[in-house]
Ligand binder design. Structure first.
Ligand code: NAP
Length: 536
């Protein structure tokens, strides 16, 4: 390759969220010439874009933070067990300041296309404004939930009031006081928004298509004394996150649901329901997501809680999911969400009964009536996991489009590479253990950095996984999903988005094995000189 032209950069990283930020740091340590291209005006990715009212962690703040720097751990105090978005964004800006990251990040730079030139072993990367970059490697740090989708309801553009998707929330505060507000969507984002807006809106109307099984977050403040204790326990806590199934503090209980007496089971569920965070979903009996009877039993338990908390039993029934069991979709964590429906200023509209016909200039018309609104909030979710790749025109060998290659679902080796797309590495991509994402990010970024070091030391300029390894990993990921009730339900976790053409069929887009198993496989591949990959 000595006669070939040199690219401008050794690596271009797309995205300055948590994965892109850490990748920059690790590649800089290797002395590589790196540029991060970021569409937003600041760092933080998810926490930069999702500044909607009520946005906050659903996993424990300290377990979500970066663990790679003792200094950083020592100097950052979390104010709440589940921090709000402004605090998390402040934290990520602090990280950017501390490691002087911004000098290699180009903001307001949305990548439009990335084309691989096999003859020169270079990626040609073009931004929306037409500017171009060349790089030996391209690392995607585009996030699994970063391509927001608006609902395919006629008239969305005709509304004359204020309207916004939660992931495009304005940087200026939005007041709901004295306002008639509509929220469409009741996923984790909608739930956080609804419970917040209900506090101040004159009137809030929630348009619900599918109710979700929500569970109490039970957030609380952290005082100095508790923070000192948390800090002292960091080594054990991060070690635990390395050992649990999904890198959370919570991990499945080894017992099966019906192994215990009725009283014991009920007491265990009461305890989980009264404990902060994801315990009721991720720390429950080991079979709640694989055994239909077990799943029905926990669903019945949570349904009883909803009936107890919501005064109007007709409303309660509407809020209880009937087409999927507890935990088979991502469980939204809530704070007095159900109680919001006991307020006089909050109304629930089940759009299965009275479908939305259109958005009008003054509000929303359902089959039975038209309601006027000052603000419409679209909490309608994302074209998840592959959507953030699809919106970039990524082309590999012979001009093959990644979007076409993944038409029927992603195909990857370890979730990080794809044959036909040499020198592309994915962070938090499809087919890798997601779970508590920053824990995955740290491993993922370090694995990619090690690969880059290996390539640098051996003057390797082309890296591509072998097609049969991609096939084997993809088959393995699919096989892991068998018997998992999550894969029998439509949600972003199975790649379904009613608003995106071609995304109505369920696919296996996520790795559902344990994070330790995924990491062990990746480590073994690296230790065997990147077995299954051609490095030349
Ligand atoms: P989501 O779970 O996909 O929910 C989207 C909602 O919009 C659903 O209720 C959906 O109804 C509804 N919807 C979509 N299109 C519609 C249409 N055309 N008409 C009517 N309703 C429509 O998206 P999300 O709530 O943004 O959450 C996505 C993920 O982000 C979460 O599962 C979670 O992993 C992550 N998240 C994390 C946090 C956190 O950690 N703190 C907070 C928020 C989100 P259907 O269900 O019927 O499709």
């Amino acid at each position: 390759m000595t006669d070939q032209p040199s690219p401008q950069f050794d690596a271009i990283v797309i995205g300055a969220g948590m994965s892109g930020m850490y990748q920059l740091l690790k590649l800089r340590e290797l002395g590589l010439k790196v540029r991060v291209l970021e569409a937003g005006t600041g760092v933080g990715g998810t926490w930069y874009w999702n500044r909607y009212p009520g946005a906050r962690f659903d996993s424990e703040s300290y377990s979500y933070a970066f663990s790679f720097s003792k200094d950083l751990l020592d100097e950052w105090d979390w104010s709440e067990h589940f921090a709000g978005q402004p605090e998390t964004l402040r934290y990520l800006n602090h990280v950017a300041d501390k490691f002087d990251l911004r000098k290699d990040i180009q903001f307001r730079s949305r990548v439009k296309s990335a084309h691989w030139r096999d003859a020169t072993r270079i990626w040609d990367i073009t931004l929306g404004d037409g500017s171009t970059f060349t790089s030996r490697f391209m690392i995607t740090a585009v996030g699994p939930l970063s391509a927001p989708t608006m609902p395919n309801i006629p008239g969305v553009d005709s509304f004359k009031g204020q309207s916004c998707h939660t992931a495009h929330w304005p940087h200026e505060p939005v007041s709901f006081e004295g306002k008639r507000v509509a929220v469409i969507g009741t996923g984790a984002t909608g739930v956080q928004t609804i419970q917040e807006v209900a506090k101040t809106a004159k009137h809030l109307t929630v348009f619900q298509r599918t109710p979700n099984w929500c569970a109490p977050l039970l957030n609380s403040r952290i005082d100095t004394e508790e923070m000192t204790k948390i800090r002292a326990g960091y080594p054990e806590m991060f070690q635990r996150c390395q050992e649990t199934f999904s890198c959370f503090l919570h991990t499945p209980d080894p017992r099966a649901t019906f192994e215990v007496s009725d009283e014991e089971r009920e007491a265990f569920w009461e305890k989980l329901y009264a404990s902060p965070g994801f315990g009721i979903w991720l720390g429950n009996f080991r079979d709640i997501l694989t055994d239909r009877k077990a799943n029905a039993a926990i669903s019945d338990f949570v349904a009883r809680k909803i009936r107890q908390r919501v005064k109007n039993q007709k409303t309660a029934e509407k809020l209880i999911p009937k087409n999927h069991g507890f935990g088979t979709r991502r469980v939204p964590m809530e704070t007095k969400y159900y109680e919001a429906y006991n307020q006089d200023n909050v109304e629930l509209v089940d759009i299965n009964e009275t479908p939305i016909e259109r958005i009008t200039p003054s509000g929303i018309k359902t089959s039975d009536t038209e309601r006027a609104f000052d603000i419409i909030v679209y909490a309608t979710g994302f074209d998840a996991i592959t959507g953030s790749f699809d919106r970039i025109d990524i082309r590999g060998i012979g001009g093959q489009r990644l979007k076409d290659r993944w038409k029927h679902g992603p195909e990857t080796y370890l979730g990080m590479t794809v044959d036909g797309f040499p020198n592309m590495a994915m962070l938090v991509g499809p087919h890798m253990a997601l779970g508590n994402i920053p824990r995955t990010i740290e491993f993922n970024v370090e694995w990619v950095a090690d690969l880059m070091r290996y390539a640098r030391d051996r003057k390797v300029t082309r890296i591509e996984p072998e097609p049969d390894q991609v096939q084997a990993w993809t088959d393995h990921v699919k096989a892991l999903g068998e018997g998992n009730l999550l894969f029998e339900v439509n949600s972003w976790m199975t790649g379904v988005n009613s608003n995106v053409e071609g995304k109505q069929v369920r696919i296996v887009n996520r790795y559902s094995g344990s994070a330790p198993d995924w990491r062990a496989k990746c480590t073994a591949v690296a230790e065997k000189d990147y077995e299954g990959m051609a490095l030349v």
